[in-house]
Each structure stands twice: as structure tokens, then as C-alpha cells.
Design a protein around this ligand. Sequence first.
Ligand SMILES: [Zn+2]
Length: 355
Amino acid sequence: MRGIPRTHIVLSALFLMAAGLAHGAAVNTSPETVNLLDAAPKNGISVYWDTLTGSGMLEKDGRRALFHAGDQLMLLDYQKLAIIDPPRIDQGTLMVSLDFMDTITAFFGVDTVPQGGLYRVGAIVIDAGHGGKDPGAFAAHTIGGEKTTVYEKNITLAVSKLLYDQLSKTYPDKKILLTRKDDRFLSLEERVDIANAVPLGEREAILFVSVHVNSSLNNKSTGFEVWYLSPGYRRTVLTGSEGIEDKALLTIFNDMLEEEYTAESIQIAKSISDGLNNQIGSQSPNRGLKAEEWFVVKNANMPSVLVEIGFLSNSQEAALLSDPAYLRKISAGIYNGLTDFVRDFEKSRGFTGFQ
Ligand SMILES: [Zn+2]
């Protein structure tokens, strides 16, 4: 159980508009500058430009460069900064110098693929909710003719261990971690610290999946649901250590990174929801995706989801959740969702020339 959802959170609209919508009229400019919205697509580079915030993104083959009108820093692949000739807005049109075009064509060119090659998922952290002195939700039921108290902490551990075993077998080259392997108490901070302490390669991502069981005062409530971090929450992802002095620029880059983590969290949530639906959809209703600013993920600098696998307050679902065969189905559903996501992530973010 994670607590009562506070609000309905509506997904914010995509923060960047497609380039085609933002075309300005032709303007008189010096010959050294070009309209970025025309010039970039000619080089096979997509442009996303938000006139309201003056921020934009260039994308090609899954690689991205973030920039802001008037600023001389560009963020490459969310990791490296480049000094650029600042783009400027001239009578409503986004203009850049030929130097700027040289910088981005070099960045997106095949001869400048950075060392390390593909984006990949380097680690997956499986967080078994609650444990030790914190039982999570619990309820007494008569299951198979016996009076039994069902504890959330035991179910989350059983599912998490199954998931850990499956993922470890499939991905011997990725770090698969459990926040706990037995019945022990871990604070939320300790869970986040475990995830944030995982060493990663330069182009590696880490995923965080927290497993919980729901409970409701309404003992008719049943079903599974997958939560992701609300886009409304902003955290500091980039720190000043990257050499960014300009506080406003730092805020913009952080917002962009946050959008990226949110987009990926939604993708994982959808993928896990589909995976669970295939495994247990005929036995437990799919309550869909939900967004909230819950603690475990808001301090984890990585795409993160929380899975509520069913309601132990409902006697029929409590009986299912006490059946090892049903927990294997749940684990398989989460596993299928995760591996689908990993495959798509590594494909779309990778450089096809190296595969
Ligand atoms: Zn819980």
C-alpha cells in the first residue's frame, strides 16, 4: 500500500512543439545565418522548438542536443556540454550561424559517435516494498478453509525475488539488484540510496521498480495498477559540477532531463501494465496507469515505477496473492514488461551502425 492518491494529476502537454508548427516567415538576415527549422531537417536532424520558453531540441538516431535561444551552451545526450554560437530569434524565426550548423552536423555525424557506443540499460533495481517492523498492508482472511493473515511485505518479497532470478538469468551483463533479500526493515532513504549508489557506465541507464500490494477500506476493490512519477515534480538532476554557471540554464536543462525521465517512466509503466494484463488480466482487473510524487522515486535520478499488484483487502484477491503459482504469473508479467522496455530502449537509443 502506498497511501491514498492525493489528486488526479493530468499529464502536462509535451513541452516541445514539433518544428513544423513553429515555422516563421522568411526574414532578412545576414548570409552567415540560416533558419534552423529549415537547415536541420536538410541534414536529417529533427528540430523541436518551443517559442514560449525559447528552448529546443535536436534529434537524430536517438541522440539529442538541447539548446536555448541566446545561450552559448548546448547539452549533448543529456551528459556533455558544448560551447556553441548562440541561436537567436530574429523577427520570430530561430536563426543560427553556419558555425552552429558545423557543430551539430559534427555531433550527429557518424564519425563522431562517442566512445562507449550504444545507450543501454546498465542496471535494474527491484525494490520489495516494506519489510521487518513495517509489514505494509495486512488483512485476515479464510483461505482454503484456514484463517490466515496476509502481509504485504511477504508478497512483495516473494514477487521481487522471482523477478530478480528471472532478470539475472536473462541479463548476466546487467546489474540486477534487490533492495532487500529477506524480511528486514529499510527506510525509504535507504532504498533510494541503494539505487543511486549503483555505478554506471557513461551511456548506461538504471531502472527502478518498486513492488507493492494494495489495500482498501472497500473490500470489493480489486486489480493491479502501475504508478510513475508525476511530471509536476522538479528535482535537481544536473548539479553545478558539470560546469554550468548560469542558474537559469541549469533550470532549463533540469526540466528537460526531468521530462526525459518522466517519458521513460511512463513507457516502463505502460509496458509493465501490458505485461501484467497478459498474465493476470483475466483474473484481476487492470486499473491502468497512475501518476504521483511518491518518495521512493522522486529522489531516484532514474526512470522509476511502482507496481501495485493487487488488493489483499479483497478475500478472493488475497487468496490469489497467497498462491505461489499466481505470484509467478505476476512476476512473469512484470518481467515481460521490463524486458520489452529494455529491448525498445536499447534499440531506439542505439546507433544502428554498430548493431
Ligand atoms: Zn506498500
